[in-house]
Design a binder for this molecule. Structure first.
Ligand SMILES: [Zn+2]
Ligand SMILES: [Zn+2]
Length: 285
C-alpha cells in the first residue's frame, strides 16, 4: 500500500520529547508513514540529524520548528515548516528564547525548593542531558521519578500548571513576531492546535494571524484531552474560508505520552502544498 499519510507535528529529545531524531525517522518508517515533520520547541538543533537519518523507504521529511508566542495574553504556538537547517538569524533568536526558557526553568526549581521539594543538581543534570529546551515536562517527569507525584498530570495539577504554586510566567514574543521570524528565513508559518487557545472569537484570531502571514492551520489534532471537539467543524470551515492550508499531526513526544506517532495525520500531499508555499515566499523574498 502507498504511504499515504503524514504526521506533521513531533518532538525529539532536543526539546521535550523522548526519541532522538534518528529514532523518530525509523519509527515513522516502521509505521509506514509517507511523511513526517520534526517540530521541536524553540530549536533547530535536531534538524540535520533528522534530515540525514537513513531510511529504506522514500519517507518525506519536513524540517520544522514550534515557537511559543503570545496573542492577547494567551500562549499560542506557531509551527514553521521548511525551516533552514542552518541559519544565523534563527540561531540567535532561538538562543534568546531558550535563555528565557532556562531562566524560567531555574525559577521553577527555586519555587519547588520553597515548597520543600529539593531537586539535586545531579538529578537535574541527568534529566537535562542533551536537552536544548528545558521545560515543565522535564520537571514533571523528575517529580514522578522521585515519587512526589503519581504522574505528569498530577505534577501539573499540584505544582506546575498555570496558577499553581511552582508556576512561572514566561515573557513570550508576540505571535506576529514569531510569524515574521519564520517568514524571514523562508519557512511557512502555521498556527498549532488553535482550539487550545482561549480566544473570544476564533475567526478573528485566525484572520489576524493570516493577515500577519500565517499560511496554514493545524486542523487535524487530538483535541480530546482538551475537550474542544465541538468547535472542530467551525475551525475547518473558517480555515477553508480563509484559504489556509489544513495541516495536522500527533504532537508526539515519546511513548510515555498520550498520542502515539502517526495517531493523527494528514494526506501526504499536504507536504507538497507546504513546499509550494515555502518556494513561493522564497521567490518573493
Ligand atoms: Zn504546541
Ligand atoms: Zn508540539
Amino acid at each position: 500500500m502507498a504511504r499515504a499519510r503524514a504526521d506533521l507535528h513531533t518532538h525529539s529529545v532536543l526539546s521535550d520529547g523522548n526519541d532522538s531524531p534518528t529514532q523518530l525517522v525509523s519509527l515513522a518508517d516502521e509505521l509506514r508513514l509517507g511523511g513526517i515533520a520534526l517540530t521541536d520547541h524553540d530549536t533547530i538543533a535536531g534538524l540535520r540529524e533528522f534530515m540525514e537519518a537513513k531510511v529504506t523507504s522514500d519517507l518525506l521529511r519536513v524540517p520544522g520548528l514550534e515557537l511559543s508566542a503570545d496573542y492577547e495574553g494567551q500562549e499560542v504556538h506557531i509551527l514553521g515548516y521548511f525551516v533552514p537547517l542552518e541559519s544565523t538569524i534563527l540561531d540567535s533568536r532561538l538562543q534568546d528564547l531558550r535563555n528565557r526558557r532556562q531562566g524560567k526553568f531555574s525559577k521553577m526549581v527555586e519555587k519547588l525548593h520553597g515548597l520543600g521539594i529539593e531537586l539535586q543538581q545531579g538529578e537535574l543534570n541527568e534529566i537535562l542531558t542533551g536537552v536544548e529546551s528545558p521545560g515543565r515536562p522535564h520537571l514533571a517527569s523528575l517529580l514522578v521519578r522521585k515519587g512526589i507525584v503519581k504522574n505528569t498530570e498530577e505534577a501539573f495539577e499540584l505544582y506546575l500548571g498555570e496558577g499553581k504554586p511552582a508556576f512561572v510566567e514566561k515573557k513570550r514574543m508576540h505571535a506576529f513576531k514569531a510569524i515574521d521570524l519564520l517568514k524571514s528565513v523562508g519557512a511557512v508559518p502555521v498556527v498549532a492546535h488553535p482550539l487550545t487557545v482561549k480566544v473570544a472569537d476564533l475567526r478573528e484570531f485566525l484572520q489576524d494571524l493570516a493577515n500577519a502571514g500565517v499560511r496554514g492551520v493545524e486542523v487535524e489534532y487530538d483535541y480530546r484531552p482538551v475537550g474542544f471537539e465541538t468547535s472542530l467543524d467551525e475551525l475547518m470551515r473558517i480555515t477553508r474560508e480563509l484559504g489556509l492550508i489544513e495541516t495536522g499531526g500527533s504532537d508526539y513526544h515519546g511513548n510515555s505520552w498520550m498520542s502515539g506517532l502517526g495517531s493523527t495525520t494528514v494526506p501526504v500531499e499536504t507536504i507538497e502544498i507546504l513546499r509550494a508555499a515555502a518556494d513561493e515566499s522564497n521567490t518573493e523574498a
